[in-house]
Write a protein that binds this ligand. Structure first.
Ligand code: FNR
Length: 381
């Protein structure tokens, strides 16, 4: 099978797995602790059947969606995923390119292997920046200034990494700082010549957004150490208020899971939230984001834009989230597996697979446009 033959998320996952050394694949796929959350994220969608309504004209289906005053071709975008360049050299910009081609938003990760300025040049209309706040406040403020200068449309502050999580696959594979790869890991990498060739040619991935602050002439390793020393600062609502004040465009909190936090975000002037459990990579015992969505939508749905990610594998998952109050959704692993397996074409394939599935499920349940999706399509037993 190659990327042209992929027909669903699972195919993309297997193709990416085939191309990547175990240490990389485990980093993408893994969750925290017992990885209960990974299953829960998908099971929660499966536990919400969709009730079809028939005898509706669904000959033409409209998947376009307006978000923050801009019309996108699809109601989903690409979540920030760090280190993309380690899985496919140039991966971040390939994702941005695929998003631009599909006319959907792309969120550049705070631990991206491409720069804010690259994104500003390639896809200012579709690019957003996800901020990982730094211990040195002037670093965060300068990143915000750069994202503004690059013309990016939204700033996404990730709030769900107060401390690093326990990802046991990474611990066993010794994925982390400082890099101390075991012989087994090195030997395993030798079995993936396609990846190894690209990786050796491309060199150690750099975090260019952190480079200016890491000290004159810092190499990739030193920048990575600097970033590690700066991240997971104490982050509070005061910081949210300060970032809100200095960022001039749309301001979004990512990782909100409680209605009271959503209310607080609205009070502080945030334009939107991403209801997310970080793809089950932070708190393993967190509920699925789709489980907490209805209460959050009830609390703030009329005051701010509600987005959701975590566990989306099928177009039907997207439809379900839109039925339960999300205005828009995002995917992380789907497009990351796509770009890993097939570069820009692979990312485009991931977007296309979801488009086709969403289009079909809309036809199946009897809705011709996204505005018609609502809670009445969800079977509650
Ligand atoms: C992530 N995620 C993430 N989130 C974030 O705010 N900043 C980041 O740098 C990253 N990095 C990252 C790397 C990888 C490999 C993955 C898989 C995920 C979380 C991401 O934005 C999103 O919340 C989840 O991926 C959504 O879940 P699904 O779609 O992967 O199930």
């Amino acid at each position: 099978m190659d990327i042209d033959d992929a027909i669903n998320f699972e195919d993309l996952r297997l193709l990416a797995k085939r191309r990547l050394p175990k240490i990389c694949y485990d980093f993408i796929e893994g969750g925290a602790d017992d990885e209960i959350g990974l299953d829960r994220n998908q099971q929660a969608f499966r536990d919400l059947p969709l009730i079809p309504r028939y005898l509706v004209n669904v000959d033409k289906r409209d998947l376009t969606k307006e978000l923050f005053g801009r019309k996108y071709d699809l109601p989903y975008g690409i979540s920030p995923t760090g280190l993309a360049g380690m899985f496919r050299v140039g991966g971040d910009m390939m994702l941005a390119q695929a998003a631009r081609d599909a006319n959907i938003p792309f969120v550049m990760s705070g631990s991206s292997t491409a720069s804010i300025e690259d994104l500003g040049k390639l896809a200012p209309e579709h690019g957003w920046y996800q901020l990982y706040a730094a211990r040195d406040k002037s670093v965060s403020e300068d990143m915000i200034r750069r994202a503004d200068a690059a013309g990016l449309g939204a700033l996404v502050l990730t709030v769900d990494v107060p401390v690093h999580s326990n990802r046991e696959r990474n611990v066993r594979n010794r994925f982390g700082r400082p890099v101390r790869l075991s012989l087994a890991t090195k030997l395993d990498a030798l079995s993936y010549p396609g990846w190894l060739y690209e990786y050796l040619k491309g060199g150690l991935p750099m975090f260019p957004n952190w480079l200016p602050y890491a000290g004159e002439g810092a190499d990739a390793d030193e920048v990575a150490d600097f970033m590690a020393s700066m991240t997971t600062p104490p982050l509070t609502w005061d910081d949210v208020a300060r970032f809100r004040e200095i960022w001039p465009r749309k301001f979004i909190l990512k990782g909100i899971m409680h209605p009271d936090d959503a209310i607080k975000a609205a009070e502080l002037g945030c334009d939107g939230i991403v209801v997310s459990n970080h793809g089950a990579r932070q708190l393993d015992r967190a509920p699925a984001s789709i489980e907490v969505l209805p209460a959050i939508a009830a609390a703030v749905g009329n005051r701010m834009t509600i987005m959701l990610d975590s566990g989306i594998r099928r177009g039907s998952d997207i439809a379900t989230a839109l039925c339960l109050g999300a205005d828009f959704v995002f995917v992380g692993r789907a497009t990351l597996y796509g770009v890993t397996a097939g570069g820009t074409a692979g990312a485009t394939k991931a977007i296309e697979i979801l488009r086709r599935e969403l289009d079909l499920v809309m036809g199946q349940i009897g809705v011709a446009d996204l505005a018609s999706l609502n809670e009445s399509f969800i079977f509650k037993g």
